[in-house]
Design a protein around this ligand. Sequence first.
Ligand code: G1P
Length: 291
Amino acid sequence: MHIRKAVLPVAGHGTRVLPASKSIPKELLPVVDQPVIQYVVDEAREAGIEHFVFVTGRGKGAIEDYFDEAFELEHTLASKASKAEILKDVQRTKLPPGAASFTRQQAPLGLGHAVWCAKDIVGDEPFAVLLPDVILRAKPSALAQMVEAYDKVGGNVIAVNPVPEEQVSSYGVITPKSRDGRLIEMSGMVEKPEREDAPSLLKITGRYILQPQIFGLLEDQGKGAGGEIQLTDAMVRLMESQAFYAYEFEGEEFDCGSKTGYFEATLAHALKHPETADEARGILARYADTT
Ligand code: G1P
């Protein structure tokens, strides 16, 4: 069945980028000229996603406004011919009427709980989850690559990519069994393992295509790593009854939830953006000379 809906859990505080995220949702921090979340929504739209379910929390209302019509702003821009291009950029951010839903996670109980909060809006159909801290630069988009694989094999598909050994304890990690190109059959997954217990150096990247039966498992999922209800733990249980694949997508990853990841995302995108690429190269060369 076609993947129409995507869940974006955006309730998290962004403690790793405080104080920048103190009064602005971290998902709205800019990377060159767009907020982080715009890149993630664009990735999903390229994969055919039609409906976005944002799991928000207190202090995240600005995300809802961002995807809405900005009537006064658009009116002001439309009255000046010189602002036509900017108007287009602003209008592009609007999600079509009816294409976005917002629900709140009332307490930070973990990613599994955040996804569970979307269950009534998603209903009984397979869906995608995109963690909005992570920008994936890929052609076709990472989720589009996964949807293509999913259309062939069905079941559940999660994105994975290599992780340096010293960082493995910060992520979900898979146990690969066999491999066919970029598609990997798994025999297990573990959330935030100790370095010496990590079953591989392939981490879960933050993109998922899941069957709706995950919701029933999340309902009674106990606390796992970090005392939180973990999506990974419910996926391990779902794997007992359903096909589950990992997909090593082709592309680059930027973890905008960390200071250096955010900086790298800004640098990498500035070096590709047509309005900034030349100057960005010049700036980079200047700083490289002085260090
Ligand atoms: C979450 C997932 C983890 C995944 C990671 C990717 O962890 O639980 O499996 O590897 O995202 O960024 P978090 O970063 O929320 O601790």
